[in-house]
Design a protein. Structure first.
Length: 114
């Protein structure tokens, strides 16, 4: 129960993050739940989606550090660059970008159907 309360408190801290660097965005995800809930009620689905965002922040942070954009560019620019580089990564490995970039799994998570 405390974990659910912690998730709700963390969810309430969402903010307008336009223009934030990846370094600044770290504060948005501080205290994020470390695991997703198995429940599909509305609060848990929202907390799970935010937990997924925190998981993604780990990758964005590592990428930003690698290319020197941790606090030099906005998170928006860094994510755009990462997505473009992921497309190149898929090309290099022969992975079909169209199937990777299909957002149906994302939609299912947002809707709470998976």
């Amino acid at each position: 129960m405390a974990d659910l309360a912690n998730q709700a408190a963390w969810t309430a801290r969402e903010a307008d993050v336009d223009g934030l660097s990846v370094a600044d965005a770290a504060a948005v995800f501080a205290g994020a739940p470390q695991r997703k809930s198995d429940s599909l009620d509305d609060v848990s689905v929202r907390a799970n989606n935010l937990t997924s965002a925190a998981f993604a922040h780990v990758a964005v942070d590592a990428y930003a550090r690698r290319i020197g954009q941790l606090d030099r560019e906005s998170a928006h620019t860094t994510v755009r660059d990462l997505i473009n580089d992921l497309h190149h990564y898929c090309d290099a490995l022969g992975i079909d970008w169209g199937t990777v970039n299909d957002d149906s799994h994302y939609r299912d998570e947002v809707d709470g159907t998976i």
